[in-house]
Ligand binder design. Structure first.
Ligand code: ATP
Ligand code: MG
Length: 139
């Protein structure tokens, strides 16, 4: 059975460009409930741990540099079929390939600076949510 929670980050590019409000509005309008949320900045160590799965990829250094250069909005979201539905809402990793109307199509600038993160599995949604939030910060 599909889980009902996912984890997201509004990445530094979208925060810098003033898109927090518009992105949260679209997330709300798409039926997700906010379970946890905060403005925070990841340290190099945080980003290396969070994206450890990509550590052998050529873009890893660039990814860590980008994700730590300014604040992000971290949030846990709830909805039926949350992981899959949120990935549909944000669109493809590369905004050039993202469907019309998706968050990345509207707000991402490149494959590296792509405005939002969305968990890729129920298991990772739990790990990533717990990485950023304690139990008493999750409602
Ligand atoms: P995310 O995990 O952030 O939701 P994703 O699941 O769509 O994105 P992943 O393959 O997990 O994509 O890549 C993680 C992140 O690494 C991407 O969102 C992007 O910021 C960066 N990235 C991925 N591929 C590239 C690339 N070819 N060049 C530069 N950065 C990349
Ligand atoms: Mg991913």
């Amino acid at each position: 059975m599909a889980g009902n929670r996912t984890f997201t980050m509004i990445k530094p590019d979208a925060v810098e460009n003033g898109h927090i409000g518009a992105i949260l509005e679209q997330i709300n309008a798409s039926g997700f409930r906010i379970v946890a949320m905060k403005l925070t900045q990841m340290s190099k160590r945080d980003a290396e741990q969070f994206y450890a799965i990509h550590k052998e990829r050529p873009f890893f250094g660039e990814l860590v540099e980008f994700m730590t250069r300014g604040p992000i909005v971290a949030a846990i979201l709830e909805k039926d079929n949350a992981v899959e539905d949120f990935r549909t809402l944000i669109g493809a990793t590369n905004p050039a390939e993202a469907a019309e109307g998706t968050i990345r199509k509207k707000y991402a600038t490149s494959i590296g600076e792509n405005a939002v993160h969305g968990s890729d599995s129920d298991e990772n949604a739990l790990i990533e949510g717990d990485f950023h939030f304690s139990g008493r910060e999750q409602f």
